[in-house]
Every structure is written in C-alpha cells, then in structure tokens.
Design a protein around this ligand. Sequence first.
Ligand SMILES: Cc1cc2nc3c(=O)[nH]c(=O)nc-3n(C[C@H](O)[C@H](O)[C@H](O)COP(=O)(O)O)c2cc1C
Length: 196
Amino acid sequence: MDLTIAITGASGAVFCRAMLCALEVDARVSRVHFVPSENSLRVLAEELGVAGRNGLLEKLLGGPAKKCVQLSDSDIGASIASGSHPSNGMIVLPCSMGTLAAIANGLANSLIARAADVALKERRPLVLCVRETPFNRIHLRNMTLAAEAGATIFPCIPAFYNHPVDSDEMARQFVSRILAHIGLPQPGAYIWKPEE
Ligand SMILES: Cc1cc2nc3c(=O)[nH]c(=O)nc-3n(C[C@H](O)[C@H](O)[C@H](O)COP(=O)(O)O)c2cc1C
C-alpha cells in the first residue's frame, strides 16, 4: 500500500508517532508520504519534545526511515497532489479544526488540503482524526460536509475497556483501530470478546 499520513496542529502528536511506527514495520505498506503542517511542529515540540522539521521522521521513529518520506505542506507540486499518483488512502492524524475546515470546503490551499481533496475526488479512503473539545457548530457542520463528501470522521477518542497502561499503549491501540478500518488489521490489536 501507498499511504499519506498528515499531522496538523491539533493535540495528539503521540497518535501520529504511533501511526508512523506501525506503518514503518508493516510489510503490506511500501511507501508512506508524511506531511507535517507548519503548526504541527509547535505541537510536536510541546507534546513530544521533538523540535524542528529537519530529521523529524528519524526523531519520531527513533531511527532511520525506510519507507516514510517527508514532504513539505507548501509543496503543492508533490506526487500526492495529483490524482494520477496511485495512492491507497490518506489519514490526517490528528486533524485540527482549521484543516478540517479547509478540507470540508475544498480549499486545496496546502499539500495536506490538496491531497485530501484528491482522495475525495478519486473516491479513495480519507480518514480525518479530528481533535477538539467541545465542538462548535462550525466544526460539526464541517464534519458533516466532509463525511458527505466521502471522508471518514474518526475522532481521536481512544478506548478504555482495553485497560491501557500508558499513553503510548493507548495510542497504539487507537492506531490499530484506524488501520483495521482501512484494511490493515494489526498484530496485538485488542479485540473485545466478552464471551471468553
Ligand atoms: C499545544 C496546542 C494544542 C492545540 N490543540 C488543538 C486541538 O486539539 N484542536 C484544534 O483544532 N486546534 C488545536 N490547536 C490550534 C491549532 O494548532 C491552530 O488552529 C492551527 O492554526 C492549526 O493549523 P493546521 O491545521 O494548519 O495545522 C492547538 C495549538 C497548540 C499550540
């Protein structure tokens, strides 16, 4: 699979780190296009202590990236900006209300918004892991608009019934749910089996 992972300036950088780590070791995935928004860099520094855009992937993965490549959000000429690029889908994790608004209203004014626009027009999976609380009516309307255009609204709401011991485990399990949703079930994913 060829996937695009975008991170925006919403809280929840730990989810994106867990996502990149899972995809990097998943043999079914050949290429990951990673696009951090400018504002995600601030949140990455606040939440994970990861500073700057240089070597970002290596810092998040804890070693050299084998299949993840980083793209600039201002590079609207990147391969994933075109529907001719054979992508298998895109995940925005976490997705800020600002980026949700851009995608829901078809602004296509950054690589993230354009690649999402392409996913929708090509009828490819687009998963928006929105994060805000509480939601105002604009957020709710934009989620409806995006869902009606074909996106999956997959809010950053992790489960607790699997008794996660820390935020990394919580993030791993949440990421497993996202990946199962796009056809990449993960080893070690918690599955609720009350009758056993
Ligand atoms: C530490 C921090 C946490 C934030 N958390 C959120 C959030 O959870 N959801 C959200 O929509 N915006 C959040 N913001 C605000 C966004 O970063 C801001 O609206 C930004 O313009 C989004 O830009 P982007 O979508 O291009 O990344 C946060 C900002 C900071 C500094």
